[in-house]
Design a binder for this molecule. Structure first.
Ligand code: 5AD
Ligand code: SF4
Length: 439
């Protein structure tokens, strides 16, 4: 989502007559678009700001200036505190009031640092400028489209409901119009994004609330759009209608990112995830019944307060039962204002590290096995950019695996069948199956 928001910030600032600086030391304005999800990401901002403040001092000594903006969820969570912790900052702007940045910059220029952390989501979607064809083309053949923002789930470890606010869905027609514009400028793959994307309930032209699968049906009709994806989903919003869309819509990639966080019913309850381990296994089974070649990925947190060895073993058991294609896993991080952070039964750092290492060894083995199992298969790859070596072209399989093959840049934007010949640790090697050749 920060990736999408950063692109919108770029569109906005270009509309103000600014151009992207090739290198940081040439920039007159630096925007840090920040993440608050874990402490490590959040604290990194302040060391970065310290460095920028030093550059600003040097510039000022030469009679020039550097404008510093902090955007995103740290801006939202800490507001004016950012200005107090680092006085060199000119503007603090939350993720839902990005569209106000030009006005905030004008006011800051008049001398007073500005902080805006309103939740103006509807205004954000209507108030951000549309990218030009050239801007879209420069960003490549795969694009994000935000369809939903915010979260009403309040998992007890998570800051998102506080930083991104309540769930809001964009209108069906607005999403379709944005997608059409992208496709007209060469985009071939669209990933619909939202903190809780499968909770999407957007109004259609008749004013009715429609679910995410309706968007996939409508987007499937756009000629030239080859692939659809979505992220991130919550298990309780994984409806049969959405599962059925995987069977019905060939453009919908056979890949679902479905975070489960833990495999222990007790921990899931304390995380306020609103489901147990078995319902998650049932969803995985129903997805596989709908689309036998579907791959499932997930997020895990180890060391949530009170997590016992038995709870952790239950997580490993769930991982063995599902068999994931890829995963993200994290040590629990205490986030200010969340119920988990208040608990007295925090898990010590050494235990968290040991559990994370054990979990990662298991999921890494599953990922490698998944990649190895694609060797010999022919998968459709969307080619995105030149490969690392001359005469090579790089793309993605339906399962988001990086793949490279012999080919030139004229193939960028094409979806072609590729016979996978080898699986390395981080990418696959393949051969494009030319028309007329047997797959
Ligand atoms: N500590 C560790 N990981 C977290 N996540 C969210 N909040 C925390 C936290 N406090 C992880 C979850 C989520 C992903 C985006 O980040 O796994 O799915
Ligand atoms: Fe955070 Fe996702 Fe839970 Fe919402 S559903 S509170 S975004 S982890």
């Amino acid at each position: 989502m920060n990736d999408y928001d950063s692109a919108r910030l770029g569109d906005l600032l270009e509309g103000e007559g600014l151009a992207s600086a090739g290198r940081e030391h040439e920039a007159d304005l630096v925007v840090l678009n920040t993440c608050h999800i874990r402490e490590k990401a959040s604290e990194k901002i302040y060391s970065e700001l310290g460095r920028l403040a030093q550059i600003k001092r040097e510039r000022r000594a030469e009679g020039r200036d550097l404008t510093i903006v902090v955007a995103g969820c740290v801006a939202q969570a800490e507001g004016e505190l950012v200005l107090r912790r680092q006085p060199a900052v000119d503007v603090v702007v939350g993720p839902q009031s990005l569209q106000r940045l030009p006005e905030l910059l004008r006011r800051a220029k008049r001398g007073a640092p500005q902080a805006d952390t309103d939740f103006a989501v509807a205004e954000k979607f209507s108030g951000l400028p549309k990218p030009s064809a050239a801007q879209i083309a420069a960003r490549g053949v795969s694009a994000f489209v935000t369809v939903q923002e915010g979260c009403d789930k309040f998992c007890s470890f998570c800051v998102v409901p506080f930083t991104r606010g309540a769930e809001v869905s964009r209108r069906v027609a607005d999403v379709i119009a944005e997608a059409r514009r992208l496709v007209q400028s060469g985009v071939r793959e669209i990933t619909l994004i939202g903190q809780n994307v499968n909770a999407y309930r957007g109004l259609d032209e008749a004013g009715r609330e429609r679910p995410l699968e309706l968007l996939f049906e409508r987007l499937s009709e756009i000629e030239g759009l080859a692939r659809l994806r979505y992220t991130t989903s919550h298990p309780v919003d994984m409806t049969q209608g959405l599962i059925d869309a995987h069977a019905a819509l060939p453009k919908l990639a056979p890949f679902v990112h479905l975070p489960v966080q833990s495999g222990s019913d007790r921990v899931l309850r304390e995380m306020n995830r609103r489901h147990g381990a078995q319902p998650y296994l049932d969803i995985a089974a129903r997805l596989r019944a709908a689309r036998p070649d579907i791959a499932i990925s997930s997020d895990f947190i180890v060391g949530f307060p009170g997590e016992t060895e038995e709870d952790f073993e239950a997580t490993l058991a769930l991982i063995r039962a599902v068999d994931f294609a890829s995963t993200f896993s994290f040590k629990y991080s205490q986030r200010p204002g969340t119920p988990g952070a208040e608990r007295a039964d925090q898990i010590d750092e050494a235990t968290k590290s040991a559990r994370l290492a054990r979990l990662q060894a298991l999921v890494e083995a599953q990922r490698q096995a998944f990649n190895a199992a694609t060797v010999g298969r022919t998968l459709d790859a969307l080619f995105e950019k030149p490969g690392r070596h001359a005469g090579q072209i790089a793309g993605k399989t339906p399962y988001l695996q990086a793949v490279h093959a012999r080919g030139d840049e004229s193939l960028i934007g094409r979806v072609l069948p590729v016979k996978i010949i080898a699986a390395g640790p981080n990418s696959l090697a393949g051969e494009i199956v030319r028309a007329g050749e047997a797959a």
